[in-house]
Design a binder for this molecule. Structure first.
Ligand code: SF4
Length: 185
């Protein structure tokens, strides 16, 4: 696919996402995560490891989580194996990436700025993505958070739920390892 074509695909996918339920009634469905990741992946890979981050939402942590919360860094995962976040933290560190678990979108925006993050892979449900599209500038250059711009990749959360949520962990691991993925990224 040409660059112009994938740019148009991304713009259309973002524009129509808020009305996706109407489109679904017409039989039109698409995977925003796959479109987004395919478009940004090359730019994402160009960013240095130290400026890349995995930023996960708190809905993915285990209900027996004993991690402390820091105002600076969010949930400080101690890799206790009660959920998959610890494994992802270890893999991120192996690759020289930053790793965070965030309690909110506002926290994420401040974090990205404080930590000088230039590319981030995250996870979010459709509800949060729609909120983000409505409240944040997203274009073909990236996502504009406060004063900085970030190249985004994202993995859809399985449901709109603040507890015991789930994502495609294998897809996330492939992205962190820099592996190609089929249909997504
Ligand atoms: S692996 Fe990390 S985030 Fe998951 S339950 Fe343990 S300390 Fe909490």
């Amino acid at each position: 696919m040409t660059q112009g074509c994938s740019r148009l695909k991304l713009i259309s996918a973002l524009f129509f996402f808020p009305v996706r339920s109407y489109l679904e009634k017409l039989g039109i469905r698409y995977d925003l995560s796959a479109v987004t990741n395919a478009y940004y992946r090359e730019k994402f890979d160009e960013v240095s490891s130290a400026q890349k981050a995995v930023i996960l939402p708190h809905c993915l942590i285990g209900d027996k989580c004993r991690a402390h919360f820091s105002k600076e860094d969010g949930v400080i995962c101690i890799k206790c194996k009660n959920c998959r976040c610890g494994e992802i933290r270890a893999l991120s560190e192996e690759q020289g990436w930053q790793f965070y678990i965030t309690p909110s979108t506002g926290f994420t925006k401040r974090l990205v700025q404080r930590k000088k993050i230039k590319a981030a892979v995250g996870a979010a449900c459709d509800f949060e993505i729609e909120k983000g599209i409505r409240s944040t500038t997203v274009n073909t250059r990236g996502v504009y958070l406060n004063r900085g711009k970030v190249i985004p990749l994202y993995i859809p959360a399985a449901r709109y739920n603040c507890l015991n949520n789930d994502i495609d962990w294998e897809l996330l691991k492939k992205i962190i390892r820099g592996e190609k993925t089929d249909g997504n990224a």
